[in-house]
Write a protein that binds this ligand. Sequence first.
Ligand SMILES: *Cc1c(COP(=O)(O)O)cnc(C)c1O
Length: 403
Amino acid sequence: MKIAENTFNSPYQADKNGFYGRFGGAYIPEMLYPNVEELQLKYKEILADPSFQEEFQQLLTDYVGRPSPLYLAKRLSEKYGGHIYLKREDLNHTGAHKINNTVGQILLAKRLGKKRIIAETGAGQHGVATATVCALMNMECVVYMGSVDIKRQAPNVARMKMLGATVVPATSGSETLKDATNEAIRDWINNPVNTHYILGTAAGPHPYPDMVARFQSVISEEIRKQLLEKTGKEIPDYVVACIGGGSNAAGAFYHFLDEPSVRLIAVEAAGHGNDSGESAASTVLGKVGLIHGAKTLLMQTDDGQITEPYSISAGLDYPGIGPMHAHLFESGRGTFLSATDNEALAAAFELTRLEGIIPALESSHAVAKLKDLALRPEEVVVVCLSGRGDKDMEAYIRNLDKF
Ligand SMILES: *Cc1c(COP(=O)(O)O)cnc(C)c1O
């Protein structure tokens, strides 16, 4: 089950036009056709090339540090029941799952003959992962980042600059991730020949959601092997992942999509609560709409203006979800829960004190829902620990007295 194969004709995978049920597609301005069409025509062939796969796997092993461990969290399991395993994406180079995708896309960009890379970033994790692979491959790198986020995430801005990237502030709208994405798309329209846009999540126009899901699918490929080794069974009862755009969830779910006994739990950010006006839970608050080239579930006003999302975690602070997830939600294949800022903070402190692992705030949203699963003693749960908490220390320090 490699990144390029459709080993099954799954109703949960993109069809040839990039649709998941009624979600997905490529609703793009005419100016973007050449770029997107080039990718649509070539991505599967490039990913299927054995020399591409070999280079990708090699870098995942030697550079990213894969396979990431699957760790049985004993004290957490004692507390919530069942056998709780953590998939340690936090131990990857640069500290999160994002690097799996940026390594894949930089190799793709090279094969397309591109010389320049652009990317959007929110908290800066995807920007850092992109700047990292650009240093590795000697490519020019421009990262768009909302000016509000640039102020909030100074250490990551410094890392990107040290890695040689140019960080360009996005000063429109709320000056956060959505606006940075708009700026990146604008740049791409103006530079269709020499530039590849490394999108950081399983969203955007076809083929990005499918392509990013394939690069991240290494997560569930490894989970199956590791579970088999550790428990004699490669199928867990639950897979739990947090969801911003949906790339770590897509990777963690990928090889379980057609295993109906596996419950797929996606956890969105509920901010101060879904009724508070400050949330980012797109399946709760969203309606069908278009954002960044895809039809999906989107937070919007009655007349279709995108609503500003809110979450304590910059990585989940996005008003939509990727189309694969919109379809998992609508079809009922996935279960969508949401965790508030305070639930995520409490889970982060608890995981740290029970297991000695300081998680990213995003990942803490997934951990926070263990308490709602009512696990039976024999059940096996895998939680995707998408990233580490270094970048969130300021938020944790502010809350040390509360938890
Ligand atoms: C970016 C990020 C996320 C959210 O992005 P997805 O594409 O939904 O996975 C989650 N966790 C961490 C640590 C991140 O950096």
